[in-house]
Each structure stands twice: as structure tokens, then as C-alpha cells.
Design a binder for this molecule. Structure first.
Ligand SMILES: Cc1cc2nc3c(=O)[nH]c(=O)nc-3n(C[C@H](O)[C@H](O)[C@H](O)COP(=O)(O)OP(=O)(O)OC[C@H]3O[C@@H](n4cnc5c(N)ncnc54)[C@H](O)[C@@H]3O)c2cc1C
Length: 462
């Protein structure tokens, strides 16, 4: 990057202020720098101006103020799992939280206190050691803060809610450096906004989250050959549309270890064992499974079923749609698209949201999608060093476009790209205008840019 003398002087001033505040400025090429700029998507090459590892809320506050004083944009980096690379914006001061991993469990109160950089895997392990479980993601590398801020779907969401529904209180550093604690009683507007509105309102440096005590769960996967894909998806859809909160599930179209496409249905049952076994047997009967492995396990072991299935370092393009049903027409679109995949690494994941998530009013948190729905996640994936990315990216976008006529308005904001204006406009439902006015109140200069927010007042339509 070629810098003017003035820019160089401003960067030196910024460095001095950050060092004075006790932030660590990791050297290019060092292991800490690598961790502080870790990014899941191997196709994103990020060129931040400077990286500051912060260990406390006060250091975060100092970094925000120092960047403002020299006129540099900021990005907040945590687990680095945002596929669009929004935590490492080019030319910005990256405020890295990945070292803020303090974690304590109060098993009597069933609560955890987590630092802003704690990952889903770290929380799951610590809670599991106390016989408890948390609302986490399907991959252990996801930052809990990034997950909570965006909403947070997870393997047990139908039973215990989204990650954001389990937030009790949060310590948040506003863009101007003010440190606030928010919960249901104090700074309640901020508490509302950080439960689904993304990191647009402040930097979450610590959080208290609710934990749950669940007995052993019945969980596992049923792998169907491609010949059974339509029948398996049809049975999965029927099951999900009438599922009680004890049952959650996902369907995955992927290439199996033998190199052939397969349909994988995974189910988690948290109720009475005999009833769960009957439900699972009904699903197996949809075809002739190549493999069916469903067994009792502690809830904290669920993460192992999905962890690392979308490995870091591949090139990725992600698209997502909310769907009310999986009609045969929708299934046909997905099956045909998967047959025309551009890479054996591509996958389509569909999970269903009902139960505890949908028992909450849409205006209770910024995450406004509280109707039962399927979420289709389209993952184009490729080896970044091999060939062009264009065809893979087009594959994901075209499938998303093909699903649009049957889709619900909006989509999961945590995964929408910045240019998906039509979907972003509806991603928060009727919460759009409140989010816009809170953005103006908490970050009037628009310095914190996380997941995209809609413009004020958009409520209806696709
Ligand atoms: C393999 C994989 C599996 C996933 N599984 C799930 C899943 O099961 N459920 C689900 O809902 N989502 C899932 N996601 C999506 C994930 O929740 C989001 O991408 C999330 O934003 C990642 O957070 P992060 O901290 O890891 O990422 P980062 O890239 O570090 O941050 C993501 C965004 O959040 C902001 N941010 C992060 N931490 C803070 C903070 N403390 N304060 C303020 N802003 C912050 C960043 O600035 C950035 O805009 C998955 C993603 C991947 C790649």
C-alpha cells in the first residue's frame, strides 16, 4: 500500500496511542498476527492498515477513540468466521478480540460469563464439563459474540432458543468509547439491538449467557443415496413442519466420501427416548439409507457431529434464503442445482426453525424472524489456488435467484452479503425502522460497519 507522508504520520500517531493504551500490535508474520487476522474464507485477501489486539473494554475504547482522532475506519475481528470478511476491512484499524477469552461458569445459576473473544467451541466445552449446555452454533470456531449479535441459529435452538435469546446482559463499548452494561432493565434499547442487529451498535466485550441442563439427547445422521434425495427431503420437510420443540433437524446435499452425491438428514431429539426412536425410524423408511447412526449422547457432544465440516481455507461464496415450505418444486430446484455443482466441495444445508425460537414476539429482539421457517444455506466452495472463482460464485447466486420466487422475504442477516439489498431490506421484518433510529443514536458517525442494516421504514414485500 502506497501511503502519503501525512497518512504515515497519522499511522505513527495511532500506533503510539495504541501502545500507550496497552494494546498489542502484533508483527506482520507472527503467530499472534496470524490469529488476529484469521479468516475462514480462503478467497478473501484482507489488507487492514493496522491490527490492535485488545484485552480489555478500556483498550477497545482507547482504540476506537484513537482511530477516530486520526480519521481511520475500524473493523472488529473476533472468530473470523464471517464469510464476507467484514471483520477485516481493507485500510481499517482492526480491533481484534480473539485474546479476550476469559470464561467462567456459575453452575448453580446456570450462567456463563464470556469474554468478547470466546468461541462457541470454548463455551460448549466449559459448559459441558459442568453437565450444562449453551445455545451455540454448529461450528466451534464461530465467535460467540458474532453469533449472538447476528441472532445465532444452533443445534438445540428449537428447545432453548437462539444464541441471542440466551443473552442475559452484555458489556458494550460504543463507537465513541463509552462503556455500557445493558440488560432487560438498563440500556434496554441497546440490549434489544445487540440481540440480532449485529455489531453495528458497539463492540461486545463481555456477556452473561444462560445455560441449560438437558439429559442425554438422541442424535445422529441418516445418509441416503442420491436416488432417494427427493423422498428424503420430502419426508424431512413433512417431519419438520409438524415437529415439536424436542425435535430439530437439518438436511444436507453434499458429495459423500465415495465421490457420489448424497442426502444427509441429521436429527436431534431431546424428549422421551422411545418416541424419538419411532420418529427417526419413520425418517429412515423414506428410502434405503447407506448409513444410519443415531444414538444417545450428552448435549455437549452434539457439536462434534458438525464441527469442521466446512473447513477454514477453502474459497467460499455463501447465499441464503428463508423458505416457508420445501415443496416438490423447491426441492427440484435444489436437486437440479446440486447436480450442476461447479465443485465437489459445494453443499446445500437446510435447517428448520420452530419451537422455542418462534415462541418469542418478533419485536422482542432485533432478530425479527419468529415464524417457523426453513433456512437454506448455499455454500459454493473451491480450492482457492485452483481455477477461477467466478463459476462457483455464479453457481451460489444463481441458485439463490432461482429459489427467490418461492422464498420468504429477507434472509439470515448474519450471512447476507452487503450487496443483497432486496433481502437486507426485509431481514429484520418490522424492526427495520427501530434499528435505523438506534443506529443513529448509538453510532451517529456510522463508524461500526458489521452485518448490513436496512434503510428505515421498510416493512413489507420481498
Ligand atoms: C463454518 C461456519 C459455521 C457457522 N455456523 C453457524 C451456525 O450454526 N449458526 C449461525 O447462526 N451462524 C453460523 N455461522 C455464521 C456466523 O455466526 C457469523 O458469520 C458470525 O458473524 C461469525 O462471528 P465471528 O466472531 O466468528 O466472525 P468475525 O468475522 O470475527 O465477525 C463477524 C462480524 O461480527 C462483528 N463482531 C464480531 N465480534 C464482535 C464483537 N464482540 N463486537 C462487535 N462486533 C463484533 C465483526 O465486526 C463482523 O462484522 C457459521 C459460519 C461459518 C463460517
Amino acid at each position: 500500500m502506497n501511503m502519503t507522508t501525512d497518512e504515515k504520520a497519522r499511522l505513527i500517531e495511532l500506533r503510539d496511542k495504541l501502545i500507550g493504551a496497552g494494546c498489542d500490535l502484533p508483527q506482520e508474520g507472527s503467530a499472534t498476527r496470524h490469529e488476529a487476522t484469521r479468516t475462514w474464507n480462503g478467497a478473501r485477501v484482507c489488507k487492514p492498515a493496522l491490527v490492535a489486539r485488545c484485552g480489555t473494554a478500556l483498550q477497545v475504547a482507547a482504540a476506537l477513540r484513537a482511530a477516530r482522532d486520526v480519521g481511520l475506519p475500524v473493523s472488529v475481528h473476533n472468530g473470523g468466521q464471517d464469510w464476507a470478511g467484514r471483520s477485516l476491512r481493507d485500510g481499517s484499524l482492526v480491533i481484534d478480540l480473539s485474546g479476550m477469552v476469559a470464561l467462567s461458569i456459575d453452575s448453580e445459576r446456570r450462567e456463563a460469563t464470556i469474554g468478547g473473544g470466546v468461541t462457541a467451541g470454548q463455551l460448549n466445552k466449559a459448559a459441558g464439563e459442568q453437565g450444562l449446555t449453551a445455545a451455540i452454533s454448529n461450528d466451534g470456531a464461530v465467535g460467540m459474540a458474532g453469533l449472538i449479535l447476528g441472532g445465532g441459529y444452533g443445534p438445540l435452538m428449537t428447545r432453548i432458543g437462539l444464541a441471542c435469546d440466551n443473552l442475559i446482559s452484555a458489556e458494550v463499548v460504543l463507537a465513541d468509547g463509552e462503556v455500557l452494561i445493558c440488560d432487560a432493565d438498563s440500556n434496554a434499547d441497546l440490549f434489544w439491538a445487540v440481540r440480532g442487529g449485529g455489531g453495528n451498535f458497539g463492540v461486545l466485550t463481555s456477556a452473561r449467557v444462560r445455560l441449560h441442563e438437558l439429559g442425554p439427547v438422541l442424535a445422529g445422521t441418516i445418509v441416503f443415496p442420491w436416488a432417494d434425495v427427493r423422498a428424503a427431503l420430502g419426508r424431512f420437510a413433512d417431519l419438520m413442519l409438524r415437529a415439536p420443540l424436542e425435535l430439530s433437524g437439518a438436511a444436507v446435499l453434499a458429495v459423500g466420501p465415495g465421490g457420489k452425491p448424497v442426502a444427509v438428514i441429521s436429527l436431534i431429539w431431546t424428549g422421551d427416548r422411545a418416541r424419538g426412536e419411532a420418529i427417526i425410524a419413520g425418517l429412515e423408511a423414506a428410502g434405503t439409507p447407506l448409513l444410519a447412526k443415531v444414538e444417545p449422547m450428552p448435549a455437549s457432544e452434539l457439536l462434534a457431529l458438525t464441527n469442521g465440516k466446512l473447513p477454514q481455507g477453502h474459497g467460499y461464496e455463501v447465499a441464503t434464503r428463508w423458505l416457508g415450505t420445501l415443496s416438490p418444486k423447491v426441492t427440484d430446484v435444489m436437486v437440479s442445482a446440486f447436480e450442476a455443482r461447479t465443485s465437489p466441495l459445494a453443499s446445500i444445508i437446510i435447517h428448520h426453525c420452530h419451537g422455542a425460537v418462534t415462541n418469542i414476539a418478533p419485536d422482542a429482539t432485533a432478530f425479527g424472524m419468529r415464524e417457523p421457517h426453513f433456512t437454506a444455506l448455499i455454500y459454493a466452495a473451491w480450492m482457492p489456488a485452483v481455477g477461477e472463482a467466478g463459476p462457483h460464485r455464479r453457481w451460489a447466486r444463481e441458485l439463490s435467484n432461482d429459489l427467490a420466487p418461492a422464498a420468504l422475504p429477507g434472509g439470515y442477516a448474519n450471512l447476507l452479503p452487503d450487496d443483497a439489498a432486496g433481502q437486507i431490506a426485509h431481514a429484520f421484518g418490522g424492526n427495520a425502522s427501530r434499528l435505523s433510529s438506534l443506529k443513529t443514536r448509538f453510532d451517529p458517525m456510522g463508524r461500526l460497519r458489521a452485518i448490513p442494516l436496512p434503510s428505515a421504514g421498510v416493512r413489507h414485500g420481498r
